[in-house]
Design a protein around this ligand. Sequence first.
Ligand code: ADP
Length: 301
Amino acid sequence: MKIAILSRDQTLYSTKSLVAACKRRGHEVRVIDYLRCHMNITSRRPTIYLGDEELTGYDAIIPRIGATHTFFGCAVVRQFEMMGVYPANESVAISRSRDKLRSLQLLAREGIGLPVTGFAHDPRATSHLVNLVGGAPLVIKLLEGTQGVGVVLAETRQAAESVIEAFRGLNANILAQEFIKEAGGADIRCFVIGDRVVASMKRQAKEGDFRSNLHRGGVASVVKITPEERATAVRAANVIGLNVAGVDLLRSNHGPVVMEVNSSPGLEGIETATGKDVAGMIIEFLEKNAVKGKTKTRGQG
Ligand code: ADP
Protein backbone atom coordinates (compact mmCIF):
# COMPACT_ATOMS: atom_id res chain seq x y z
CA MET A 1 0.00 0.00 0.00
CA LYS A 2 0.93 3.63 -0.33
CA ILE A 3 0.35 5.27 3.05
CA ALA A 4 0.58 8.94 4.09
CA ILE A 5 1.06 9.92 7.70
CA LEU A 6 -0.36 13.40 8.29
CA SER A 7 1.99 14.77 10.92
CA ARG A 8 3.73 18.07 11.49
CA ASP A 9 6.87 16.51 12.88
CA GLN A 10 8.89 13.60 11.48
CA THR A 11 10.99 13.41 14.61
CA LEU A 12 8.13 12.60 17.02
CA TYR A 13 8.29 9.09 18.48
CA SER A 14 4.75 8.24 17.28
CA THR A 15 5.46 9.36 13.71
CA LYS A 16 8.77 7.48 13.58
CA SER A 17 7.19 4.36 15.00
CA LEU A 18 4.43 4.41 12.37
CA VAL A 19 6.94 4.99 9.55
CA ALA A 20 9.06 2.07 10.78
CA ALA A 21 6.00 -0.19 11.03
CA CYS A 22 4.93 0.68 7.46
CA LYS A 23 8.39 -0.14 6.12
CA ARG A 24 8.64 -3.36 8.14
CA ARG A 25 5.36 -4.50 6.64
CA GLY A 26 6.47 -3.67 3.10
CA HIS A 27 4.49 -0.49 2.43
CA GLU A 28 5.45 2.77 0.79
CA VAL A 29 5.16 5.55 3.34
CA ARG A 30 5.51 9.30 3.46
CA VAL A 31 5.10 11.85 6.24
CA ILE A 32 3.12 14.89 5.11
CA ASP A 33 2.92 18.15 7.01
CA TYR A 34 -0.81 18.80 6.63
CA LEU A 35 -0.41 22.53 7.29
CA ARG A 36 1.62 22.75 4.08
CA CYS A 37 -1.17 21.16 2.03
CA HIS A 38 -3.67 23.10 -0.01
CA MET A 39 -6.69 21.80 -1.82
CA ASN A 40 -8.90 22.28 -4.78
CA ILE A 41 -12.49 21.82 -3.71
CA THR A 42 -14.09 20.91 -6.96
CA SER A 43 -16.96 18.55 -7.60
CA ARG A 44 -15.42 16.69 -10.52
CA ARG A 45 -11.93 15.96 -9.33
CA PRO A 46 -11.08 16.99 -5.77
CA THR A 47 -7.32 17.34 -5.44
CA ILE A 48 -4.76 18.07 -2.79
CA TYR A 49 -1.31 19.59 -3.17
CA LEU A 50 1.87 19.81 -1.18
CA GLY A 51 3.57 22.88 -2.59
CA ASP A 52 3.08 22.44 -6.35
CA GLU A 53 3.05 18.65 -6.17
CA GLU A 54 -0.32 16.92 -6.52
CA LEU A 55 -0.74 14.12 -3.98
CA THR A 56 -2.16 11.09 -5.76
CA GLY A 57 -2.20 7.33 -5.55
CA TYR A 58 -2.53 7.00 -1.76
CA ASP A 59 -4.45 4.01 -0.42
CA ALA A 60 -4.66 5.18 3.18
CA ILE A 61 -3.82 8.06 5.47
CA ILE A 62 -3.03 8.08 9.17
CA PRO A 63 -4.10 11.45 10.58
CA ARG A 64 -1.99 12.67 13.53
CA ILE A 65 -3.65 16.07 13.86
CA GLY A 66 -2.41 18.32 16.66
CA ALA A 67 -5.00 19.82 19.02
CA THR A 68 -4.09 23.36 17.94
CA HIS A 69 -4.74 22.63 14.25
CA THR A 70 -7.94 20.59 14.38
CA PHE A 71 -9.85 22.82 11.96
CA PHE A 72 -7.38 22.82 9.07
CA GLY A 73 -6.15 19.31 9.80
CA CYS A 74 -9.69 17.92 9.57
CA ALA A 75 -10.25 19.79 6.30
CA VAL A 76 -7.20 18.02 4.84
CA VAL A 77 -8.40 14.62 6.09
CA ARG A 78 -11.86 15.32 4.63
CA GLN A 79 -10.32 16.22 1.29
CA PHE A 80 -8.51 12.87 1.19
CA GLU A 81 -11.85 11.21 2.03
CA MET A 82 -13.49 13.02 -0.91
CA MET A 83 -10.75 11.56 -3.09
CA GLY A 84 -11.64 8.08 -1.85
CA VAL A 85 -8.54 7.59 0.32
CA TYR A 86 -9.17 5.50 3.44
CA PRO A 87 -8.40 7.32 6.72
CA ALA A 88 -7.38 5.42 9.88
CA ASN A 89 -9.72 7.90 11.62
CA GLU A 90 -12.38 9.88 9.79
CA SER A 91 -12.52 13.67 9.92
CA VAL A 92 -15.97 13.81 11.57
CA ALA A 93 -14.83 11.49 14.33
CA ILE A 94 -11.68 13.54 14.93
CA SER A 95 -13.76 16.75 15.18
CA ARG A 96 -16.16 15.06 17.61
CA SER A 97 -13.33 13.87 19.85
CA ARG A 98 -11.84 17.37 20.00
CA ASP A 99 -14.97 18.84 21.54
CA LYS A 100 -14.89 17.49 25.10
CA LEU A 101 -18.44 18.50 25.86
CA ARG A 102 -19.89 17.08 22.66
CA SER A 103 -18.02 13.82 23.26
CA LEU A 104 -19.35 13.53 26.81
CA GLN A 105 -22.91 14.20 25.61
CA LEU A 106 -22.63 11.50 22.94
CA LEU A 107 -21.17 9.02 25.44
CA ALA A 108 -23.88 9.86 27.98
CA ARG A 109 -26.60 9.26 25.40
CA GLU A 110 -25.28 5.73 24.93
CA GLY A 111 -25.27 5.06 28.67
CA ILE A 112 -21.49 4.90 29.03
CA GLY A 113 -20.21 5.52 32.57
CA LEU A 114 -18.95 9.10 33.07
CA PRO A 115 -18.02 11.26 36.04
CA VAL A 116 -21.04 13.46 36.88
CA THR A 117 -20.39 16.55 34.78
CA GLY A 118 -22.01 20.00 34.62
CA PHE A 119 -21.67 22.84 32.15
CA ALA A 120 -22.96 26.39 32.35
CA HIS A 121 -22.50 29.81 30.85
CA ASP A 122 -24.29 32.13 33.24
CA PRO A 123 -22.25 32.94 36.38
CA ARG A 124 -25.49 32.90 38.37
CA ALA A 125 -25.58 29.13 37.78
CA THR A 126 -22.22 28.55 39.49
CA SER A 127 -23.54 27.60 42.90
CA HIS A 128 -26.07 25.16 41.41
CA LEU A 129 -23.36 23.70 39.17
CA VAL A 130 -21.23 22.91 42.21
CA ASN A 131 -24.21 21.20 43.89
CA LEU A 132 -24.96 19.28 40.72
CA VAL A 133 -21.61 17.50 40.77
CA GLY A 134 -21.90 16.69 44.48
CA GLY A 135 -20.19 19.74 46.01
CA ALA A 136 -16.51 20.04 46.98
CA PRO A 137 -14.03 18.63 46.30
CA LEU A 138 -14.66 18.88 42.56
CA VAL A 139 -12.68 19.12 39.34
CA ILE A 140 -12.92 22.14 37.05
CA LYS A 141 -11.69 21.82 33.48
CA LEU A 142 -11.02 24.24 30.72
CA LEU A 143 -12.88 22.90 27.71
CA GLU A 144 -9.94 23.69 25.42
CA GLY A 145 -7.22 22.29 27.70
CA THR A 146 -4.91 19.37 26.85
CA GLN A 147 -2.30 17.37 28.71
CA GLY A 148 -3.71 18.30 32.08
CA VAL A 149 -3.30 22.05 31.64
CA GLY A 150 -6.42 23.82 32.88
CA VAL A 151 -7.57 20.88 35.04
CA VAL A 152 -7.99 22.11 38.61
CA LEU A 153 -8.98 20.32 41.80
CA ALA A 154 -11.01 22.66 44.00
CA GLU A 155 -10.97 21.40 47.59
CA THR A 156 -13.68 23.72 48.89
CA ARG A 157 -16.86 25.26 47.52
CA GLN A 158 -15.34 28.71 47.90
CA ALA A 159 -12.23 27.73 45.91
CA ALA A 160 -14.47 26.19 43.22
CA GLU A 161 -16.57 29.32 42.88
CA SER A 162 -13.46 31.55 42.65
CA VAL A 163 -11.86 29.37 39.98
CA ILE A 164 -15.08 29.22 37.95
CA GLU A 165 -15.47 32.98 38.24
CA ALA A 166 -11.85 33.58 37.16
CA PHE A 167 -12.15 31.31 34.11
CA ARG A 168 -15.49 32.85 33.16
CA GLY A 169 -13.90 36.30 33.48
CA LEU A 170 -11.39 35.22 30.84
CA ASN A 171 -14.27 34.09 28.62
CA ALA A 172 -13.15 30.48 28.83
CA ASN A 173 -15.60 27.59 28.62
CA ILE A 174 -15.33 25.31 31.62
CA LEU A 175 -16.97 22.19 32.92
CA ALA A 176 -17.36 21.06 36.49
CA GLN A 177 -16.91 17.40 37.32
CA GLU A 178 -17.34 15.06 40.24
CA PHE A 179 -13.88 14.30 41.72
CA ILE A 180 -13.17 10.59 41.52
CA LYS A 181 -11.07 10.45 44.68
CA GLU A 182 -10.96 6.67 44.83
CA ALA A 183 -8.99 6.61 41.54
CA GLY A 184 -6.03 7.65 43.73
CA GLY A 185 -4.42 9.84 41.08
CA ALA A 186 -4.34 7.01 38.54
CA ASP A 187 -6.08 6.53 35.24
CA ILE A 188 -6.14 3.71 32.71
CA ARG A 189 -5.26 4.35 29.07
CA CYS A 190 -6.87 1.78 26.79
CA PHE A 191 -5.51 1.75 23.25
CA VAL A 192 -8.35 0.73 20.96
CA ILE A 193 -7.92 -0.40 17.36
CA GLY A 194 -11.10 -1.41 15.55
CA ASP A 195 -13.18 -3.27 18.10
CA ARG A 196 -10.34 -4.39 20.36
CA VAL A 197 -8.29 -2.99 23.21
CA VAL A 198 -4.83 -3.94 21.94
CA ALA A 199 -2.81 -2.51 24.86
CA SER A 200 -3.47 -0.81 28.16
CA MET A 201 -1.47 0.94 30.82
CA LYS A 202 -2.00 2.55 34.17
CA ARG A 203 -0.69 6.06 34.67
CA GLN A 204 -0.02 7.16 38.22
CA ALA A 205 0.27 10.85 39.04
CA LYS A 206 3.42 11.99 40.73
CA GLU A 207 3.25 12.53 44.49
CA GLY A 208 1.03 15.45 45.40
CA ASP A 209 -0.78 15.71 42.04
CA PHE A 210 -4.09 14.14 41.02
CA ARG A 211 -3.41 14.44 37.27
CA SER A 212 -1.76 11.36 35.84
CA ASN A 213 -0.66 12.80 32.46
CA LEU A 214 2.79 11.49 31.51
CA HIS A 215 3.68 15.04 30.39
CA ARG A 216 3.09 16.11 34.00
CA GLY A 217 5.42 13.54 35.50
CA GLY A 218 2.95 10.63 35.70
CA VAL A 219 4.48 7.13 35.61
CA ALA A 220 3.18 4.37 33.33
CA SER A 221 2.97 0.67 34.09
CA VAL A 222 1.26 -2.35 32.58
CA VAL A 223 -2.19 -3.10 33.95
CA LYS A 224 -4.64 -5.92 33.53
CA ILE A 225 -8.03 -4.48 32.75
CA THR A 226 -11.39 -6.03 33.56
CA PRO A 227 -13.86 -7.22 30.91
CA GLU A 228 -16.11 -4.29 31.90
CA GLU A 229 -13.28 -1.80 31.34
CA ARG A 230 -12.44 -3.43 28.02
CA ALA A 231 -16.06 -3.25 26.84
CA THR A 232 -16.43 0.37 28.02
CA ALA A 233 -13.31 1.49 26.12
CA VAL A 234 -14.36 -0.21 22.89
CA ARG A 235 -17.88 1.21 23.12
CA ALA A 236 -16.59 4.71 23.82
CA ALA A 237 -14.30 4.67 20.76
CA ASN A 238 -17.17 3.30 18.74
CA VAL A 239 -19.64 5.99 19.83
CA ILE A 240 -17.20 8.73 18.83
CA GLY A 241 -16.61 6.86 15.55
CA LEU A 242 -12.86 6.35 15.96
CA ASN A 243 -11.05 3.26 14.65
CA VAL A 244 -7.86 4.18 16.49
CA ALA A 245 -8.35 5.77 19.89
CA GLY A 246 -6.83 6.25 23.31
CA VAL A 247 -9.66 5.93 25.82
CA ASP A 248 -8.89 7.22 29.32
CA LEU A 249 -10.80 5.61 32.15
CA LEU A 250 -10.93 6.22 35.89
CA ARG A 251 -11.67 3.38 38.31
CA SER A 252 -14.55 4.80 40.32
CA ASN A 253 -16.63 3.03 42.96
CA HIS A 254 -19.51 3.07 40.49
CA GLY A 255 -17.46 1.22 37.84
CA PRO A 256 -15.22 2.49 35.05
CA VAL A 257 -15.90 6.07 33.97
CA VAL A 258 -14.64 7.56 30.72
CA MET A 259 -12.75 10.82 30.97
CA GLU A 260 -11.63 11.32 27.45
CA VAL A 261 -11.39 9.70 24.02
CA ASN A 262 -8.26 10.76 22.12
CA SER A 263 -8.06 10.57 18.33
CA SER A 264 -4.25 10.89 18.07
CA PRO A 265 -3.10 8.82 21.04
CA GLY A 266 0.67 8.88 21.61
CA LEU A 267 2.59 5.66 20.98
CA GLU A 268 5.69 6.20 23.09
CA GLY A 269 4.11 5.67 26.51
CA ILE A 270 2.04 2.66 25.54
CA GLU A 271 4.73 0.90 23.44
CA THR A 272 7.35 1.44 26.11
CA ALA A 273 5.12 0.36 29.00
CA THR A 274 3.73 -2.74 27.29
CA GLY A 275 6.48 -3.69 24.83
CA LYS A 276 3.79 -4.15 22.17
CA ASP A 277 4.08 -3.15 18.53
CA VAL A 278 1.02 -0.88 18.59
CA ALA A 279 2.13 0.98 15.44
CA GLY A 280 2.32 -2.36 13.62
CA MET A 281 -1.22 -3.17 14.73
CA ILE A 282 -2.48 0.15 13.31
CA ILE A 283 -0.90 -0.70 9.95
CA GLU A 284 -2.36 -4.21 10.13
CA PHE A 285 -5.79 -2.62 10.66
CA LEU A 286 -5.29 -0.56 7.48
CA GLU A 287 -4.20 -3.65 5.55
CA LYS A 288 -7.50 -5.32 6.47
CA ASN A 289 -9.81 -2.33 6.05
CA ALA A 290 -8.40 0.18 3.59
CA VAL A 291 -10.48 -0.29 0.50
CA LYS A 292 -10.10 2.53 -1.98
CA GLY A 293 -13.22 4.61 -2.46
CA LYS A 294 -14.94 3.02 0.54
CA THR A 295 -14.64 5.77 3.13
CA LYS A 296 -17.77 5.82 5.23
CA THR A 297 -18.10 9.59 5.27
CA ARG A 298 -17.52 10.08 1.59
CA GLY A 299 -19.84 12.87 0.51
CA GLN A 300 -21.45 13.13 3.94
CA GLY A 301 -18.79 15.29 5.68
P1 ADP B 1 -6.43 16.52 29.60
O1 ADP B 1 -7.28 16.24 28.42
O2 ADP B 1 -5.92 17.92 29.65
O3 ADP B 1 -5.39 15.46 29.83
P2 ADP B 1 -8.11 15.25 31.54
O4 ADP B 1 -9.54 15.55 31.62
O5 ADP B 1 -7.69 13.96 30.89
O6 ADP B 1 -7.37 16.47 30.86
O7 ADP B 1 -7.49 15.29 33.01
C1 ADP B 1 -6.11 15.16 33.31
C2 ADP B 1 -5.89 14.18 34.46
O8 ADP B 1 -6.53 14.63 35.65
C3 ADP B 1 -6.50 12.83 34.19
O9 ADP B 1 -5.61 11.98 33.49
C4 ADP B 1 -6.81 12.30 35.60
O10 ADP B 1 -5.67 11.67 36.16
C5 ADP B 1 -7.13 13.56 36.37
N1 ADP B 1 -8.60 13.79 36.41
C6 ADP B 1 -9.34 14.42 35.46
N2 ADP B 1 -10.64 14.45 35.81
C7 ADP B 1 -10.75 13.84 37.01
C8 ADP B 1 -11.85 13.56 37.89
N3 ADP B 1 -13.10 13.95 37.60
N4 ADP B 1 -11.59 12.90 39.03
C9 ADP B 1 -10.31 12.50 39.34
N5 ADP B 1 -9.25 12.75 38.56
C10 ADP B 1 -9.44 13.40 37.40
